[in-house]
Every structure is written in C-alpha cells, then in structure tokens.
Write a new protein. Structure first.
Length: 478
C-alpha cells in the first residue's frame, strides 16, 4: 500500500470512529404518535434519565448525525412487527412483561412489551442499565438483552385521604405537582396499584364516611360537606385517577365508614370524640343515601379500578352492602366492577357470602403482621380472645375452596420504631413471601400513610431539611 493510501485509510478511520464516538452520546427515542400513555411515559422518563447521565436526547427532526435508536413498542403493534423475527425471542404473555433486544451493528435498542405497561417497564430498565454505567456510551453496546415479568401481579401502596387535607386547598391533596411527582416515583419503582383508603381524621384518629367529602346526595343534601367542597374534592380525585392511569397505576378506593351525618364536619383540631357531628341517617334513609352516592361516585370515576368497604368495623351486616354498594353497581350496569374488603373483625363466612353476590372479581385485604410489619414473613400469633384474635392474621382465609383473591396488607406505619429506617435485604425477604397462599400481591402502608405528605416533623427555620419536599422523597424506601 502506498503512503498516500495509508494516510487516507488512517484519516478515514479517525473520522469514522470519531463520528461514532460523538453519535454514541446522542439517542433518538422512537415512539409511535398513537402509542398509549404508559409507553409515552416510558419514553419521557427514559429521556430524562439519559439526559441526567449526560446523553444528548434528540428528536427525529433534530437529528444531524447517526444517533443510537431506542425503539419502544408493544409486541402486537405495527411498530413492533419488523423486529419479531430479528429479536429471536418473544415477549412473555404475562401482563407487564418486556423484552429488550440490542443490535450494536445498527446502533439500535428495541424494547417490546406484552402491553403498554410492560413496554414502559422495559424503557425503565434501559434507563437503569444506562445510568449504572455512569457516563454516556453507545447504548446498543452497554444495554444487555433481557426478558422479564413481574414477580407478583399486584404491587400496591396503601395511603389514606385525610379530612384536613381535603378541606385545605393548599394541601398536598390539592397539589397536582405532588401527585405528578409521587406517581412518577411509584411508577418508576414498578408499583401498579394506588390503594387509597379513607377518610382519616388526623387529630382524633376517626374514620368518617368518605362519601360525605367526595359526593353530594341530591336526596339528602344536608349530609356531609357543601356541594362546592365535594365537587372540588371529587374533581381532584378524578385527576389523581387519570394521572395514575397514564403511569400504569391502577387506583382503588375503600370507604371506611358506613355512617352518614347531617351537617358538615367541624374544622381541624375541634374534631373530638364522639365522632358524630350531627344527626345520623338510619334504616332505609341510610340505605337509600349510600346506594345513591355509590352510583354517583362510580359514574363520575369510571376508571376506578377497584372499589370497596370495611365490613367488620362498620357495624353493618352483609345485607346492608348487598342492598347498597352491590345494588348501586347493578343500577348503573357495572356488575363487572372489582370489589374489595378487609378481613379485620369479620368472618370468612360473611366474606364468602358477600363474594358470592359479586359478579366481578372479589378481593380481601388481610393484615400481613397485624399493625406492625415486624418480621419479613407471616409471624404474628395473638393469644387474646375473639374478636381481637386471630383477626390480626390470616385466620382461615387461606383455606380452599374460596371465591375471593387475597391481597396482603403490609402495615408498616403502625410500627413502634421511632426513627425512620430501611433495609433492602429485609424488603427482598418480605417480597418473597407475598405469593403465600396464592395471594395476588400486596398493599404497603408507607411511613406517612396517616400523615401529611409535606414536612411536618421539623422546624425548618433552625435546621435545613430542604433535601426533600415531600415525605416519600425522605422515606424513599417505603
């Protein structure tokens, strides 16, 4: 080879590898314009994480060189079909599964999901692998092929709506920025169930009827909060459900009280025992009221994934729920609605009877270890007599046959621990026990389940706690 040809070859190699090095820091995330919201959520979070790591995320219109392509698509979509044979593997049929295939020669990473949420989780996995490298590199070479499915079907966080938060327009409940950030966080952590219980009075540990804060009855307008307040609260609740759905999170709501009282609840710290602030509805009036507001809530929030009530602590028998909640669902043609309840202070016989009247799936939340998380396995045994024992544990609910599905309610907020803590190995061990007795998953109380989500612990004028805004950012492990 002549000297001229050698110099030309060296120059060409330098230019080629130089441009490849530059291009490796550029990433084009390809998502079909009609892609479902969770897929778009995956693309948004992937782009954000890559940018934070130092990548230059470009759009199709702004491409100047040859960026690494990251294709996000559901397995059965038109965008995915060209990759079916080339990927050499298929996506598991289980919901929320994904396949990541890499093609270094083409500088391409392909993420195919069994459904939109699976595609989103695949995008999250690409982001995690890229950020672990710590600096920009050719994604098609640093991302590894992976096929994955969830270990448990339902992965929930159990929070409570607090009476004062709904009354205060400046609270976390009415803050869309809080919900956007919190739901982004839950989705990133692969939670797929926001299990909202309520209501809860922080000053007196009371649990008033949630309907009186969210829905106004036309037949009994004197019951509960004003029409303006219930409309405002319901509007925010609907927004929470919509934001969650965009992030692959289902929302459930369990009403904790069957009683309904005339008049509005007194403000804040003035709420004391007894819990009654006005004349209570009774008999057919209470049945009619409950049936009406149930219809109204489900019509207003059709995307609510599951809806429920407490039996044991309500003081009502099975017939009451049959003639109110279940009858209301029949009224509006929503007999397919998922229903859930708690095992606390009721019996398997009563739950089984009620579950037999439900046409859709029926779920029972059972305390994992009483009020305290305690050990990372089912350990609690309580020697006290009925009704307190054995309602802190699973009793005979795990026996078959059964016509309901089990969700373990992991109550971490009732712990006696004073200081906030976290242990990943403890979490891993606990998670391995969640399929026990064929359960579909778990619902975990975070550290601030019963408290405001802003910082109410500290005097921030004396000590700087500005490293977090919301409680979940401080107690991120929960």
């Amino acid at each position: 080879m002549s000297l001229r040809k050698k110099l030309f070859t060296i120059l060409l190699s330098t230019l080629t590898f130089g441009s490849a090095a530059v291009a490796s820091t550029e990433v084009l995330i390809e998502v079909a314009g009609s892609a479902p919201p969770p897929v778009q959520q995956g693309a948004r979070i992937l782009g954000k994480k890559l940018a934070e790591t130092g990548y230059h995320v470009v759009t199709a219109k702004g491409v100047a060189g040859s960026p690494v392509r990251v294709v996000l698509a559901c397995w059965d979509s038109d965008a995915a079909r060209p990759w079916h044979s080339r990927a050499k593997r298929t996506v598991p049929e289980r919901p929320e599964s994904f396949l990541i295939a890499t093609f270094p020669e083409q500088h391409t990473v392909v993420v195919l999901g069994s459904d939109p949420v699976g595609t989103m989780y695949g995008a999250y996995e690409v982001a995690e692998q890229a950020t672990r490298v710590g600096k920009p590199a050719d994604l098609s070479r640093v991302v590894h092929t992976r096929v994955d499915s969830p270990f448990v079907e339902l992965r929930g966080v159990n929070i409570f709506l607090q009476t004062d938060a709904l009354e205060d327009l400046a609270s976390w409940y009415h803050s869309e920025s809080f919900w956007e950030a919190y739901l982004d966080f839950l989705s990133w952590c692969r939670f797929n169930f926001l299990d909202i219980h309520g209501m809860y009075g922080i000053y007196n540990t009371d649990f008033p009827n949630a309907f009186t804060y969210l829905v106004k009855s036309e037949s009994y307008p004197e019951v509960g909060s004003s029409a303006a307040k219930t409309a405002r609260n319901l509007r925010m609740f609907k927004r929470i459900v919509a934001l969650a759905r965009e992030r692959g999170i289902r929302v459930g709501f369990m009403n904790y009280n069957a009683s309904a009282h005339v008049g509005q609840p007194p403000p804040g710290k003035n709420r004391r025992w007894p819990r009654r602030w006005g004349k209570a509805l009774s008999g057919e009036d209470l049945v009619r009221y409950t049936r009406e507001v149930t219809r109204k809530l489900i019509r207003e929030v059709p995307d609510l994934w599951i809806f429920g009530f407490r039996i044991g602590e309500s003081g009502k028998d099975v017939d009451f729920y049959r003639n109110t909640y279940l009858a209301a669902l029949r009224d509006i043609g929503r007999t397919d609605m998922r229903i859930y309840t708690r095992s606390w202070l009721t019996t398997k016989e009563r739950v089984t009877t009620l579950a037999g009247d439900v046409q859709g799936p029926f779920y029972v939340e059972i305390k994992y270890n009483g009020e305290q998380l305690g050990s990372p396995y089912h350990a609690i045994l309580d020697p006290r007599p009925w009704p307190w024992n054995p309602s802190y544990s699973y009793e005979a609910y795990t026996d078959r046959p059964r016509n309901y599905r089990i969700i373990w309610q992991v109550r971490a907020n009732g712990t006696h621990r004073i200081f906030h803590w976290g242990d990943p190995d403890f979490v891993r061990r606990a998670v391995r026990t969640f399929p026990f007795a064929g359960a579909v998953g778990f619902s975990l109380e975070p550290m601030q389940a019963y408290y405001p989500w802003d910082d109410f612990y500290h005097n921030t004028t004396r000590v700087d706690h500005s490293f977090f805004t919301w409680g979940y950012q401080r107690d991120w492990l929960w």
